[in-house]
Design a protein around this ligand. Structure first.
Ligand code: ADP
Ligand code: ASP
Ligand code: MG
Length: 438
């Protein structure tokens, strides 16, 4: 069994949906995970934002845009009246769910149900198209098996039991279709795996089914060596270790949801990143590859805040770091980077919602300074410390850019440097020029 996930742009219009149908009907048993059509989740988020503010006409206007878009999609995708009606019924149901919240007090649970409609509609469209083509497939409704625990982690035992049971019933079926992103939480309410979470759905399914491979099909030919949205001339990396991919995903490479690597890594299931528009391109293979002593790629994580706590005598005052970390734990805020010296410590966070309270508490232990609008640049590769010269190379690439903080040695796979967000693009370009294009 293979698991194939297609992102929003891969199913972004009727032509693309037909193209994906061609890719998934190649021989072999598979579970296909679909995202919402590109732009849909954003529109549903917008509708929810209007409804939180009580602006029903605003929500109505955005919904009208979606309604006319989907009517056109159905018309262009399907030719037979029977299948058009089948698809329209599902789409109408989704839109009536959205509309049902126009008259009610709006809550987080209402928002979650609205956000779930994008993936429900894209799978309904694919199911109708495959039906019209006479291709046998079965839809596995995510809301019937994908569940998270109270701590928001996937409930792997439940997912495995339910999903296996659903698949085992269908001996003669080769092609299963399911919704990415959406799930139920521990209370049974509709929920989701956070934006970009369809990758995570694919990886969870791959893990519980012990799949042969997880394929993430998107709009680019694999993980590039730098962020193609900001740097020109980036190139695909053909092979990455699970740990390298996890670092890149966590530190801003949007092609992968940050949580998606772990389930695949734990079950040692290779993950392949492939381009829907260029299916023959080799893409990127993520697996437990051998060490190869190379720097592979660079990524950047935005909206970082650095907090410096200066104490009179940090190292001699044992217990100081414990108190600092405990403060962040008390405010349920995780730390990304750390740098220490005899007189102080600087840490970075990306969630600054509790910043004022954290700073207030830290003032008990020392003098506190905050730098906002920072970016973590993450250089990733086989950077085991005996491999000489990599850190020197990464740092010298930034010789003309002020660097606030450096972290190396936390793992064998990463060097992180903190710069001001105003210098982000310049720094990414300098890293590409120095590390990959010389
Ligand atoms: P999908 O909708 O298929 O999930 P995403 O938009 O989430 O696709 O991810 C693909 C996008 O990730 C690419 O179009 C690209 O702009 C962006 N991206 C950011 N960093 C990288 C990188 N290092 N390599 C490849 N793509 C990247
Ligand atoms: N549709 C969801 C989003 O846009 C999930 C995904 O595409 O992975 O975030
Ligand atoms: Mg994505």
């Amino acid at each position: 069994m293979k698991v194939l996930k297609f992102g929003g742009t891969s199913v972004g219009n009727p032509r693309r949906i037909k193209h994906v149908a061609g890719l998934i009907t190649k021989p072999g048993r598979k579970v296909v995970v679909l995202s919402a059509m590109a732009g849909t989740t954003n529109a549903l988020v917008e509708i929810s934002e209007y409804l939180y503010k009580g602006n029903v006409p605003g929500a109505q206007e955005t919904l009208n845009g979606l309604v006319s878009k989907y009517s056109k999609v159905v018309e262009e995708l399907l030719t037979e009246e029977l299948w058009r009606e089948e698809a329209m019924q599902a789409i109408d149901h989704s839109f009536s769910v959205v509309r049902s919240y126009f008259e009610e007090p709006f809550s987080e649970a209402s928002e979650k149900e609205i956000l779930a409609q994008g993936e429900l509609m894209s799978t309904a469209l694919m199911q109708a198209y495959l039906g019209e083509q006479g291709i046998k497939s079965v839809v596995l409704p995510s809301l019937d098996y994908m569940r998270t625990l109270e701590n928001s982690e996937p409930d792997m035992a439940h997912i495995s039991k339910r999903l296996r049971r659903m698949i085992d019933k269908e001996h003669d079926i080769q092609l299963f279709i399911t919704q990415g992103y959406i799930c139920r939480n521990y209370t049974g309410g509709i929920d989701n795996l956070k934006r970009g979470g369809s990758d995570y759905t694919a990886s969870i399914i791959g893990a519980v089914l012990n799949a042969e491979e997880i394929q993430i099909w998107t709009d680019i030919d694999g993980m590039h060596n730098n962020d193609p949205r900001f740097v020109e001339g980036t190139r695909p990396v053909h092979r990455l270790h699970f740990e390298e991919a996890a670092e890149l995903a966590y530190f801003g490479a949007k092609i992968l949801h940050p949580a998606c690597v772990l389930p695949a890594k734990l079950h040692n299931i290779p993950v392949r990143l492939l381009n829907t528009l260029e299916p023959e391109a080799p893409g990127t293979l993520i697996c437990n590859s051998e060490s190869d002593g190379k720097i592979k790629a660079v990524a950047a994580k935005d909206n970082i805040t650095a907090i410096k706590i200066k104490s009179g005598r940090m190292l001699l005052a044992y217990g100081f770091l414990h108190k600092v970390f405990e403060t962040f734990e008390n405010h349920r805020t995780s730390i990304d980077m750390i740098a220490t010296s005899e007189v102080g410590v600087t840490v970075t966070i990306d969630d600054d919602s509790r910043l004022a309270a954290i700073v207030d508490d830290l003032k008990h232990f020392g003098t506190v300074t905050v730098d906002r609008d920072m970016v973590i640049l993450c250089v990733v590769g086989d950077l085991e410390w005996h491999n000489c010269g990599f850190e020197a190379k990464a740092i010298s690439a930034l010789k003309d850019i002020p660097v606030r903080m450096i972290s190396y040695g936390g793992s064998n796979y990463n060097i992180s440097m903190l710069v001001s967000s105003a210098d982000k693009v310049r720094a990414l370009e300098a890293l590409s020029a120095h590390l990959f294009n010389e």
